[in-house]
Each structure stands twice: as C-alpha cells, then as structure tokens.
Write a new protein. Sequence first.
Length: 295
Amino acid sequence: MFESGAFYAIFAVSLLPVALILLFLALNRARHEVRRDEREFMDPLPLALRLVWPLVEFFAHYLGSLMRVEQVARGNRLLAQSGQGFMMNAQQFLGLQIVSALLFMAGAWLCMVMLDHPAGLWTGIAGLLGFSLPYLSAREKRKRRKVEILRQLPVFLDYLAMSIQAGANFTGAIRHAVDKGPDGPMKVELNKVMRDIRAGMGRFDALRLMAERVGVDPVQTFVNAVVQAERTGASVGEMLKGQADQRRTERFQLAEKLAMQAPVKLIFPLVAFIFPTTFLIIGFPIAMKLWEVFQ
C-alpha cells in the first residue's frame, strides 16, 4: 500500500510540468484570440490603465458578449457623459471592473494572510468594492463634468456670438471658440463636433450628437435654438447672445440656491459632531470640579 501511494505521488509530480505547459498553451491561445484594440483614433490611456489593459481586453473579449443590449447602451452613455467615451466602450469597462475586483481581492487576501486572519469574508467584500469602484468613479466624473460644462457654456456662447456677428459662419465660429476658448470639457466637446464635421457629418447632426453625449439640458436647449434659428432665418448671433445671457443668469441663480442650502446642510454636522465635542470640552472641567467638591 505504501508503494502504491508513493507511485501515485511520483506520477502526480511527473504530470505537474505537463499540466503547467498545457495551461500556458491554453492561456497563450486565448490571448491570441483576443482582438487587439486599435487605439489610433482614441484617447490615450492613463499609465495605471496601460499596465492592466491586456487583462481588461481579455475579460472584455470573453465576458463582454454576455452583456445585454440595454447594459451596453447604458454603459456607453455613462462613459460618454463622464468624458471616457473615446477611451473605452461598455465591454471594456466591464473588463476594467473585473480586473479591479481581482486586484482588490488579491490585496485583501494578502493582507489577511499576513495578519493571520481568515480571508474569506474580507476578500469578498474587497471584491465587491473593487468591482464598484470604476462605476462610482465614472459617476463622480460625470457629475463634475456636467457642473464644469454648465460653468463654461456662457463663455463659449459669447465666443460663438461674437464670431458670427463678426462675419464668420457657424462652423468657423465653432473653430474660433475651440481655438480661443478656455480649456475644459466644453472645449473638448466642441472639438469633437469639429472632428465629426470634418469626417463628413452634418453640423446639425454633430451638434445633436454632442447634446446627446453630454446629457445637459442647457446644451440641448442651445442646440435646438441653433437649429431653429437656421431653419427660420433668424439672427443666429442675437440668439446666441440671448442664450449666453440666459445661461449666465441661470448659473447665478444656481449659485444663490446652493448658498441658501449651505446652512441647512451644516445642521447635521453641527448637531452630530461639533456640538457634542464643544459640550464635552466645556463640561468636562466643570464635571471634574463638581466631583472633587462632592468627594
């Protein structure tokens, strides 16, 4: 019986290199089947993404096909509104979420092993956190980007109005606004409009695509007003000037609204953190004096 066990052990050890070779060949074949992403006309990847991008493409190729059409459309819309639509698609974003989850799970498992604690629960929690982190980051970027677009929109409307009133056509006005306007997401979006126009798309279609990509109501209103003015023969320059004044007034009203909401939002931190700390600092010496007197 001992000789039979030793034989099986030797047999298993001898098969280990064969299994490793077969695993390497299978992974190599799977890697070659992944279609390489042509990034010539796409935005460059950050350094952290470039390091894990082969893994992202691997999971996007084999698991991205499992996504439903609604999920793909929702993911692409989130990426476009967060400014990452020309960096990755919805399938690649899913691959990024999986890679992030695996990295968080590996880090949590390593920490638990070093602390000599059971790693099951914390590894699962870290995986969920890692999977959710890219989505939460994209939502935060979308929120900041919308605020920045609302802040910059009146400035670019002024540039467009001045260019048109100076004699330029609407396409030339967009070009001047892109060249002279401040850096930010609104400039990036107008630059994409120019890129679409140079690619052969109609300017109204390019503007509508920008409004759909941005997902901000004032931008949609601006695009609809431009299209209506062009079709009815109204003065586009005067319309843009009025739009700029209206957007600037709305921005001022929004700032007033946020300023009036600030005291209400401060109530909870005051009651939950600042007041108890203040009472503790003031009342502790008094309580100690009273304790000494009664003693």
